[in-house]
Design a protein around this ligand. Structure first.
Ligand SMILES: [Zn+2]
Length: 75
């Protein structure tokens, strides 16, 4: 899997899970059970993108790294 065109992520690289406050890198998405679960996040209405589309922006909004696609989670 990879970036998704259209609503709600519009081909952006970094996608946040507003429920867990975690950010995912879709260019390195891990699709195993209990890994990124991007489609589940989108289905649940918990996906958000960042402007600009950078990891630094996600961090500045209080998002923590996904342990699977980014690593270095602080939780
Ligand atoms: Zn992830």
């Amino acid at each position: 899997m990879s970036r998704r065109p259209g609503y709600p992520t519009y081909g952006k690289r970094f996608v946040g899970n507003t429920e867990k406050k975690e950010v995912h890198d879709l260019d390195n998405e891990k699709t195993g059970t209990y890994q990124c679960q991007i489609d589940e996040i989108i289905k649940a209405g918990h996906a958000k993108t960042f402007n600009p589309d950078t990891l630094a922006q996600a961090h500045s909004e209080g998002y923590d790294n996904c342990a699977y696609c980014i690593g270095g989670s602080s939780r």
